[in-house]
Design a protein around this ligand. Sequence first.
Ligand code: GLP
Length: 262
Amino acid sequence: MEIILQPDAESASRLAARLIARLVREKPDAVLGLATGGTPLLVYRELIRLHREEGLDFSRVTTFNLDEYIGLAPEHPQSYHAYMREHLFRHLNIPPENTHLPEGLAADVPKECEAYEQAIRAAGGIDLQLLGIGADGHIGFNEPTSSLASRTRIKTLARRTVEDNARFFDGDASKVPRHCITMGIGTILEARRVVLLAFGKSKALAIAETVEGPVSANVPASVLQHHPVAKLFLDEEAGAELRRADYYRWIYANKPAWQQDA
Ligand code: GLP
């Protein structure tokens, strides 16, 4: 894992966006795995700026989102379909048919999950997967004790996740769906690169456990210790519980020039 500690979410997000932009420039038909939640918003803002001001071209890019709530139509304002349209897709020149999210109203959920996995395979796999992290260490909606080999499937949200996400549903936890379709941890691990973002002190414990704790299904993000190219972009607050923070800063400060943005 590479730990990139930045003073604030803005600078961490700019670096993460730069990495994505570089991939898209080098591989115009890149397959991006995307995330929702509050955390990736600044990365999306920066990608939109790069598209508008520097001509970053998304016309051949394909995307797969991590997850979607079961029971919410794509038009529902709190659906992840709506989130992605609002915060990213409508601002880029990405063809809508190149963007994929699990279907929250699928009549046959297992069939939808298998089709999603198949679509990722057919696209050639994910080049770069963007991730946030839940305060309990979840990635996608893979809650603690999710199988580390899991594939796209139905999950029940943990109570804490329901409560954390209530802020997007007028603060009313009873409006938060209880189920979702999420890429599995095994699915995420197959992405060729993983970029995880975490900001704020509510993520500090999960980040310390992810980076410096044992690999455990209790902290799903800790499985990224097994990923060959996982980069964590953190602000100081999210990195506050890391015991080896000075070491991570040292590595970053001494990074060879040719490795920058790699
Ligand atoms: C949600 C999403 C995750 C996200 C996490 C953190 O439940 N399914 O993909 O990373 O919670 O959300 P936030 O970025 O809003 O803190």
